[in-house]
Write a protein that binds this ligand. Structure first.
Ligand SMILES: Nc1nc2c(c(=O)[nH]1)N[C@H]1C(S)=C(S)[C@@H](COP(=O)(O)OP(=O)(O)OC[C@H]3O[C@@H](n4cnc5c(=O)[nH]c(N)nc54)[C@H](O)[C@@H]3O)O[C@H]1N2
Ligand SMILES: Nc1nc2c(c(=O)[nH]1)N[C@H]1C(S)=C(S)[C@@H](COP(=O)(O)OP(=O)(O)OC[C@H]3O[C@@H](n4cnc5c(=O)[nH]c(N)nc54)[C@H](O)[C@@H]3O)O[C@H]1N2
Ligand SMILES: [Mo]
Length: 759
């Protein structure tokens, strides 16, 4: 048996006591082969998923290794592909049978389950039905409306799935039209990362590559649920544990994936019931308590160093960083009482972790939404940077900071210019290449876009994928605004809630999915995406499209642009759609360092690395150094919860992809059947006088003159720290106020919303 492996679980939770992966995940895939009603041949498609010559999975953004497993897909990757390749269709006939008002009453699950959209549709207010239209009519109608609008009143939202090619054209279209209103889903996700890492290490993305996971001796894991949200990452983690690497996890919820794992790819453990214990230490930090927890680790590092341990890398700090003295003074002054109170952890546990860290020559910090989605999320990320910098753990092999990104190309969309922050985009280069003057003013983030819907300053909305209305904070409050928009264009694969919030100028435009063949004038096309570790991959769809009326996202964006903009010989939309290699040439011309020889390198096994100066210890910050940040708070929550106020974390289940609800089995948490649940620990239940199964109403405790209530939530006992409750995203989104977001990046505080429970 290998290091870290064992034959039966040692860490039991009363809820689900099986390892992640293993037979459970294989059974789940098998169940999906039936329930998902895939069209024939889907197994052949899965076999080439995430491999050169195949398509890149549309589920998470985790790396695609150069030496893939026989099956380089996970349970949730299989679900995502089967969900895309269903044989069910959402046809004009379906829309003829159901009015939009009727569809507004359907659940998220039922709307998407209708199947793949097949025809371009336009909403007809007179009949309250979507009616089929043809593409030319749609483009001409949308173009005419867009030309009439002030470009600054138009928002081009993007969910993080569209390829680099589509994304590049999308931002070009926005800027040629005259606006930078390019929020994408990362505004609700890792915008905190883009802001906090940029300001501290000079790069908006993580510094790790796959090989770092082969050389680190310790991984510090904050608020990322690998087992559900990036399951293929469990393989490198398992290999690391077997080498003797120590994984320490900070998470209020004891997530199975971070406790133990059986690789479905290994016959031995599958047959003997063996599994690998993933986390060496698992600390159930309070939500928002990470700043304090990390302060505790740093404090003990100073103590160890004072005792002659030499654990602080003073040479590195002197040569490469600034801000250390102020940070050090702050941490030395911070008392353990405050640290214990804010983190909910005890000093001895934090000291023990600090000692592992002090002994580890090479360490990596990983994080996800548990750090980013808080009022002081940026400070949480900056604290993790501080901790790593103290021991020179950025910019050496086997070290680094690694945010785990969400959507499969969300990082790439930002890389090629989908950003509301003009300073992050080479606008001069665009001006030179295309002969127009791009706007220079700050665009709208997601939160600003919602604000604009509410105050009427947004008049037109184009959505490249996603389910904006459902994913946002203060869900429901802006629903009424959509009917009054002059224009609403939804480019999508399946019907969702955002598509039934309609007005006179609403179009629903269906596109290919990534696994489908994209044929254009020059033949079958490749698209590309960037994974969490900044590697770029070519992706080839091979399936027959779900309908003969679908266009690719690239063709739709180009069609819209051509129908809207005045002719400009340098904007050769038709040529670009005919051959995506030309778009990659433009990306290379715009970003010559990152995308050198793009077309030649896109099928490099494992992808090609676009580089990151911080990895080479070149800090692209204003001071030219990596910055220590002095924390101003110990808790990332916006306010200390008062009496009878709980901190609400909104979580994803193992049976959803964001607002896409595959089903009602949160297998890895042992929860099934009902998503309207509020999880809390049995002690808190007793103190609040609540009993298991009781239906309660959750009410926001943010006092801003607005009432927010979510009735019908079933109280469910769960192993959580005191003072917090958990519920599912997106059902609980009405409880998160729009103004309750990270102060630096405006990422909504979806993991730290104060609520009361009304029996
Ligand atoms: N199958 C599947 N895969 C997905 C997605 C999906 O919905 N389904 N979504 C994709 C997207 S867009 C994204 S962004 C990623 C999201 O992936 P993750 O980053 O894993 O996001 P969440 O599942 O929202 O929550 C992460 C974890 O944070 C913990 N947490 C909550 N509050 C705190 C806190 O204050 N401190 C700490 N330390 N932990 C906390 C929660 O218990 C949870 O385990 O996954 C991507 N992959
Ligand atoms: N409370 C709470 N709210 C959250 C979060 C949270 O943790 N808690 N997480 C936030 C995060 S991290 C994110 S990223 C956002 C997600 O927000 P979005 O990215 O806007 O939402 P998704 O649910 O991923 O979008 C699903 C829809 O995308 C469409 N779609 C699927 N595939 C394709 C495709 O290939 N092309 C096109 N054009 N359309 C496609 C389908 O119609 C599907 O219904 O939600 C945020 N909201
Ligand atoms: Mo995300």
């Amino acid at each position: 048996m290998k290091d870290g492996d064992e034959t039966r679980q040692r860490e039991d939770t009363p809820f689900y006591d099986h390892p992640t992966g293993g037979w459970g995940s294989l059974k789940s895939v098998a169940r999906w082969m039936v329930k998902g009603r895939p069209s024939p041949g889907v197994l052949d498609t899965l076999r080439i998923q995430n491999k050169p010559g195949g398509h890149m999975c549309t589920s998470c953004a985790w790396a695609k290794p150069p030496n893939p497993h026989l099956a380089e897909f996970c349970e949730n990757g299989a679900k995502a592909t089967i969900w895309d390749l269903t044989r069910d269709r959402c046809t004009p006939d379906f829309f003829a049978r159901h009015s939009v008002t009727e569809l507004q009453g359907w659940s998220d699950h039922d709307l998407e389950r209708v199947g793949r959209l097949t025809h371009p549709m336009r909403y007809d207010a007179a009949s309250d039905h979507y009616l089929p239209c043809n593409w030319d009519e749609a483009f001409a109608g949308i173009g005419a409306r867009l030309r009439q609008l002030d470009p600054r009143s138009v928002v081009f939202y993007a969910s993080g799935r569209a390829s680099l090619e589509t994304s590049y054209l999308y931002q070009l279209f926005a800027r040629a039209l005259g606006h930078n209103n390019l929020p994408d889903s990362s505004n609700m996700c890792h915008e905190t990362t883009s802001v906090a890492l940029k300001s501290t290490i000079g790069s908006p993305v993580g510094t790790c590559v796959l090989s770092d996971f082969e050389h680190c001796e310790m991984i510090l894991f904050f608020g990322q649920n690998t087992g559900s949200n990036s399951p293929r990452f469990l393989h490198p983690l398992q290999q690391a544990v077997r080498r003797g690497c120590k994984i320490v996890t900070f998470n209020p919820v004891r997530e199975r994936g971070l406790i133990e794992f059986t690789s479905p790819q290994e016959p031995g453990p599958m047959l003997t019931g063996g599994s690998t214990r993933i986390s060496d230490t698992y600390l159930q930090v309070r939500p928002g308590g990470d700043i304090a927890a990390i302060a505790g680790l740093c404090k003990h590092l100073f103590a160890l160093d004072d005792a002659g341990g030499g654990v602080i890398d003073r040479d590195f700090i002197a040569e490469h960083t600034d801000g250390f003295a102020s940070f050090e003074a702050n941490i030395r002054e911070t008392g353990w009482d405050g640290i214990e109170a804010a983190s909910g952890l005890i000093r001895a546990d934090l000291e023990a972790v600090a000692e592992i860290y002090a002994r580890s020559p090479r360490s990596i910090g990983i994080y996800g939404m548990g750090l980013t989605q808080h009022v002081h999320g940026s400070q949480s990320v900056q604290m993790l940077v501080n901790l790593l910098l103290m021991r020179g753990n950025i910019g050496r092999p086997g070290t680094g900071i690694s945010p785990v990104r969400g959507h499969s190309n969300v990082q790439g969309q930002r890389t090629v210019g989908i950003s509301e922050k003009p300073e992050l985009v080479p606008l001069d280069r665009l001006a030179e290449l295309f002969g127009f003057e791009p706007p220079r003013d700050e665009g709208r983030t997601t939160v600003d876009a919602v604000q604009g819907l509410l105050d009427g300053s947004v008049r037109g909305f184009v959505s490249l994928g996603g389910n904006f209305a459902r994913a946002i904070p203060d869900q429901g409050r802006s629903d009424g605004a959509w009917a009054g928009l002059a224009l609403n264009v939804q480019i999508a694969t399946k019907l969702n809630r955002s598509h039934v919030l309609v007005g006179d100028g609403t179009w629903l435009l269906p596109c290919l999915v990534r696994a489908e063949e994209d044929r254009q004038a020059s033949g079958s096309q490749t698209v590309t995406m960037e994974d969490s570790l900044s590697h770029i991959h070519g992706s080839v769809g091979r399936r027959a499209p779900a309908s003969g009326h679908l266009l690719s996202e690239t063709a739709i964006v180009a069609g819209l642009a051509k129908a809207t903009l005045a002719p400009n010989p340098r904007l050769a939309w038709d040529d670009w759609v005919g051959d995506y290699a030309l778009i990659r040439d433009l990306i290379e011309a715009t970003y010559p360092e990152e995308f050198k020889d793009f077309n030649a390198r896109m099928f490099t096994p494992g992808g090609f690395y676009r580089g990151n100066p911080a990895r080479e210890r070149q800090w692209k910050t204003t001071s030219g150094k990596a910055g220590f940040t002095t924390p101003t708070v110990l808790s990332a929550l916006g306010a200390e919860p008062g009496d009878a106020v709980f901190t609400l974390m909104t979580l994803r289940s193992n049976d959803q992809f964001n607002t896409t609800i595959y089903g009602f089995r949160d297998r890895l948490r042992g929860l099934e059947g009902d998503r309207m649940v509020v999880l809390m620990n049995p002690g808190e239940m007793a103190r609040a006088g609540l009993h298991e199964g009781q239906r309660v109403t959750l009410v926001s405790a943010v006092e801003d003159g607005k009432t927010r209530a979510l009735p019908g939530m079933r109280v469910t006992g769960y192993d959580l720290p005191d003072g917090c409750v958990a519920a599912y995203y997106p059902e609980a989104n009405p409880l998160v106020p729009l103004g309750w977001h990270d102060v630096e990046s405006k990422t909504p505080a979806y993991k730290g919303a104060p609520v009361r429970i009304v029996a």
